[in-house]
Design a protein around this ligand. Sequence first.
Ligand code: C2E
Ligand code: CA
Ligand code: CA
Length: 648
Amino acid sequence: MIWNIDFAIAAIIAEIVILFFYVTGGYLPLKRNKYFFRFLVGEIIVVILDIVSSIMHNNHQYYSTFMLYLITIAYFMAFGCAFALYYIYSVTISGMSNRARKITIHVGLIPVFIFMAIILATPFTGFIFTVSSDSGYHRGFGYETIYIAVFIMVVESIIVVSHNRYRITRMQYLGLITFGLITICGAALQILIYKNILITNAAISVALLILYLSLQNPDLLRDRKTGLYGGEAFIQFVDELDEQTDYSFYGLAIENLSVMKKVYGDRNVNNALRAVSRWLKVNFYSGYLYYINNGRFIIVDKKVRDTDEVRLKIESRFKSPWEDRSGYESIQFTEVLTYITNEVVNTSKSALTSIVIKSISDAVKKGSGTYVVINSKMEDEIQRDVIVEKALNRAISNNSIEVYFQPIFSVAEQRVTSAEALARLNDKEFGFISPDEFIKKAEENGRIIELGRQIFEKTCNLIKNNNFGDLGIDYVEVNLSPAQCLQENLANELVNISNKYKVPLYRINLEITETATVDQDMLYTQMNQLIDYGASFSLDDFGTGFSNIVNLLTLPLKIVKIDKSILWAYMEGKSDILTKVVEMFKNQNLEIVVEGVETREMAELLTNMGVDYMQGFYFSKALNVNDFCKYMMTNYPDKESVKIQRIK
Ligand code: C2E
Ligand code: CA
Ligand code: CA
């Protein structure tokens, strides 16, 4: 048989081109990338051996039988190895756990080992082929075994990939399946039609090209603007970090990018960002660079050099402007820099992405020129942050936030006439988390709208089911976050919910804080709409901000809640602002609630001052609905012991 090697030549050219692009593209040190590289190199070796052995077979009379066996066996062994690498690559991409991956690889490779054993035995058995200096190369009676082995490996990898379909992207799935199908087609053509043309490997090179384009092209993970790797690449990189790494992690952010864009225009700012990227590439050529978004970079430096040296280098470069390549417009950026200590990198790999990203945001908040070193203490804070976020998300998706009620005592009626609804989060894994933590988190990540809706709905449900009216509760105070007040459909939504539970809105008092007044017009509209339905409003936490009182008093408020800090400062003799604000609000005909009433002394004092309501641990902490109902039943109708008589 005379071999035609034309296809193999085309294949090797294609594969070398792919290898060239792959290596110069600078792929990330991820397992799947390493296996792709090995598979690619393995396949190139296979094609080279295929060409060499075919030429030798065509000219067998010039070579010794031993040499012919040697090269042919080398070819078949390499062929087996390439398929083993292809299989390992598919398994690696499938995103299984480490253990599952190892088992799947070991079991799956058994056919390859059997195939190799058969090849090694072939000089003695003639099973796959025979070759000699005199008569050349001939297929053995078991030649088709090769194709059976190829078929088994391809089918195995298709099974693995399909089975883990939900763990991989559509593109990865299609890429791997197409690879398998093209390989099988190539092998089939060679068996059935082009017996003496080396077509299988040509098919594999086409399939490799598809894999490269669909999954292995480093550009898929790159940010278009800067040409650096993007956030997804960083996550994958961190996912596969080894136990101990010698990488140094820096976060770098350019300040006020959106303002810069308004001043200089998108195009110029993007060009300057590219200039920053180029500079980083030159100065951190042995590391990995990521562009997350909004002027934020992550630098992973391979050389562990002096961090101060790195810092100075970056800071001094940022002192001069960034020239566009065309020299069109040069822009001066100000930067913030963070460094994550190795100790942190090595102890909290699972949270590393959040730590790096949060460290950058924190530094940006602190402002230009900030340099923050993330050490274990900050790591604790950040990990807490991750926990709070996890618990919050879980509570929202399970609708498992609880609503507690804290009694509010009316001085005029000498009994509890209202209560404040307060959210409680008790996570099955992380335990109790305080509202100061999870409400803040929800406000940061935007889930406060959904959370607020759930809280309002639960509150209405509890008011209805426990007949709060009959317990002597005139209305319940519900906290509204500033973000909720900016919602155009807030009033509509609250009205709909209250209708659903048949709780008239005069049973609800909504607490807003002065930060809710950023969009005054929107706030007015929503408030007036709700007031039309019977709701009333309190201004919460008075005294914690820097209120523009004149402005606040234009809001349609019924109640002002004076913050506990004002009461406590008064009790400690530090300030008598309390008496002044009480007087002022009384003159405005606003009802006054004072919070943080912890002792009888405080209660008597406030009664004398003429406040309308008191709330605090002296009366009760926030109670779950059962305890709250019990509390109301024992304290209502009024009991002597609860009364606080005016002294004057
Ligand atoms: P806030 O609206 O000022 O709620 C009053 C807080 O003071 C409550 O803390 C309450 O338990 C606490 N407190 C009441 N009396 C006393 C006292 O005598 N002494 C002391 N030391 N503390 C007292 P809590 O429940 O931890 O809530 C903290 C903050 O979380 C609330 O402050 C509010 O801003 C927010 N929050 C709680 N629930 C919700 C909610 O459902 N929605 C929104 N948007 N925010 C909520
Ligand atoms: Ca409140
Ligand atoms: Ca308050």
